[in-house]
Design a protein around this ligand. Structure first.
Ligand code: NDP
Length: 247
């Protein structure tokens, strides 16, 4: 799948699943803008790694939960490259607790990053995507947004919201060759899932038909496909990458 001459943005693209998405897009020829919030060193070393394989990449700091930051991120990309074709809304956080113990601050922080962050970046990139002639908006949701997960009323609500937003934007953008899809990963081995207690990990792994957690590459390959020309007739879809957990 060839993505040369395409400009791609990956939010939270310096670490975890986002890092692998950035690398896989770059390997297929896309110029990759790696957005990070705090991980400046990780972003810098990823840019060097992409350049070492003769790819093109640029790191831009922005907190996607802030409307103005998201605007500055997209403006910088347009002033640097003149266009934007592929937006991967990957940035996300968890802050788990049962609702009896969850504070309002915990709820708002997760909604602001995982739901409003997706809207902020989509809102600011809508015009350029619609004008680009080839647009792909790919939102990373979660099976927590499909199934609901105890202890994640904030995260499950945000990720379910992302699926609804994906469908709304798919309808809004359909007339202009811009597809909008979501990916709902199951359990993927990253820093995010390292935080889970060992007994919870064992219990979940047992319920996964493929009997193992996924790797960041499993999500990144799905992103590459949805970003490609070959996926041009798929829009408004949520693709579960979960070893069969949701079916
Ligand atoms: P990590 O915790 O490993 O990485 C999260 C990334 O999001 C970091 O690069 C971080 O950047 C970035 N980020 C967080 N907040 C912001 C912000 N306000 N602005 C910009 N970037 C931000 O998580 P994963 O890689 O595991 O998760 C990636 C996505 O996949 C998330 O949306 C997550 O919800 C989703 N997902 C993950 C699953 C899993 O099993 N791992 C399962 C289902 C969904 P920085 O370090 O610079 O702050």
């Amino acid at each position: 799948m060839d993505l040369s001459n395409k400009i791609a943005l990956v939010t939270g693209g310096a670490s975890g699943i986002g890092r692998t998405i950035s690398l896989e897009l770059a390997k297929r020829g896309a110029t990759v803008v790696v957005n990070y919030n705090r991980s400046r060193d990780a972003a810098d070393s990823l840019i060097k790694e992409i350049e070492a394989m003769h790819g093109q990449a640029l790191a831009i700091q922005a907190d996607v939960s802030k409307y103005e930051d998201a605007g500055r991120l997209i403006e910088t990309i347009i002033s640097q490259y003149g266009t934007l074709n592929i937006v991967v809304n990957n940035a996300g956080i968890t802050d788990d607790a049962l609702i009896l113990r969850m504070s309002e601050e915990q709820f708002s922080r997760v909604i602001d990053t995982n739901l409003k962050g997706v809207w902020n970046v989509s809102k600011h990139s809508a015009k350029v995507l619609l004008k680009s002639g080839y647009g792909r908006l790919i939102n990373i949701s979660s099976i927590s947004g499909v199934l609901g997960n105890a202890g994640q009323s904030n995260y499950s609500a945000a990720k379910a919201g992302v699926i609804g937003m994906t469908k709304a934007l798919a309808r809004e953008f359909a007339g202009r060759n811009v597809t909008v899809n979501a990916i709902a990963p199951g359990f993927i081995e990253t820093e995010m899932t390292k935080k889970l207690p060992e007994d919870a990990v064992k219990a979940w792994a047992n319920q996964i038909p493929l009997k193992r957690f996924g790797q960041p590459e499993d999500v990144a390959y799905a992103v590459v496909f949805l970003a490609s020309e070959q996926a041009s007739y798929i829009t408004g879809h949520t693709l579960e990458v979960d070893g069969g957990l949701v079916m």
